[in-house]
Write a protein of this length. Structure first.
Length: 282
């Protein structure tokens, strides 16, 4: 497949995204109560954008402060509802990987079932901590997360030319007692028209994570620019360098209306891999 063909493929997908965004993006709500006698309920601002560090990556769970409300009260912003895009693989637009045996897994770098491919790229571990806002932002133990993203070449398994018969970079995990799910994957590409991102859907239970109609929310995780630049300087990501030059978080069709609650905190390096952490209040 030529670079021109590849851009055409994602141009069609981008038009699909733009049409499905209508009615999906809703007002970002800021929730929370400030502790203190006689304090009135007030809206709290989102936290600052995280910046990457050079610390060695770890697959351990995020700190308690990232997954549970702080003592004395705290505020959380509900994760924004976003488009699933044209390549969800959840039955809403063609194939449904959620019905296939083997989809529940933490390592999503390889295909399963009839697929045999392995996605190459810089290692990335993604930790999502799911919180239930209707339970006082308690850990959403037992929730399920379906996560997917493009490969190093910007292709989506099950859809893109050359990988229609693969299902790598797709998986489901059940949240543990702290609301944590962990996926081992590779750093996705920056393809034409989009900032580097990862898609995910949250389901109330693992048994319910079988089709898109059961989901609680659909959203996307954004990756920090400095980390993207470091990764895309490595072999295999040359097309991403060009695509990064043509977009930004402020111009991206999904993140341009705000991304602070979707921007992951990322640590690590290209040699040992990266770890991305994000809290997901639903």
């Amino acid at each position: 497949m030529t670079a021109h063909d590849h851009d055409d493929l994602h141009d069609r997908g981008l038009q699909f995204d733009l049409s499905t965004l209508t009615g999906l993006l809703r007002r970002r709500r800021l929730l929370g109560l400030f502790a203190g006698a006689g304090a009135a309920a007030a809206l709290a601002a989102c936290g600052d954008e995280a910046t990457p560090t050079s610390a060695s990556p770890s697959t351990s769970a995020p700190s308690a402060s990232a997954s549970t409300p702080a003592s004395g009260g705290s505020s959380y912003t509900e994760i924004p509802e976003e488009t699933a895009g044209p390549y969800p693989g959840d039955g809403s637009n063609g194939p449904n990987v959620l019905s296939q045996s083997g989809i529940v897994r933490s390592d999503i770098t390889t295909s399963f079932g009839s697929g045999s491919g392995t996605a190459a790229g810089v290692p990335l571990t993604i930790n999502l901590t799911v919180l239930a806002l209707d339970r006082g932002a308690a850990a959403y133990s037992g929730a399920a997360v379906y996560l997917w993203h493009c490969d190093r070449e910007g292709r989506y398994s099950m859809y893109s030319e050359g990988v229609q018969n693969e299902n790598y970079l797709r998986g489901v995990q059940e949240a543990n007692g702290t609301g944590l799910v962990t996926f081992r994957t590779i750093f996705p590409a920056a393809y034409s028209g989009r900032w580097p991102h990862v898609h995910f859907e949250v389901y109330p239970t693992l048994s319910g994570a079988t089709s898109s109609g059961n989901r609680i929310t659909t959203s996307q995780l954004a990756l920090p620019e400095a980390v993207c630049d470091a990764v895309y300087a490595t072999d295999g990501y040359s097309a991403s360098v060009r695509n990064m030059e043509r977009t930004s978080l402020t111009s991206d069709m999904v993140f341009r209306d705000g991304w602070t609650t979707q921007l992951a905190t990322v640590t690590g390096d290209v040699s040992s891999g990266y770890v991305a952490n994000l809290t997901v209040p639903v």
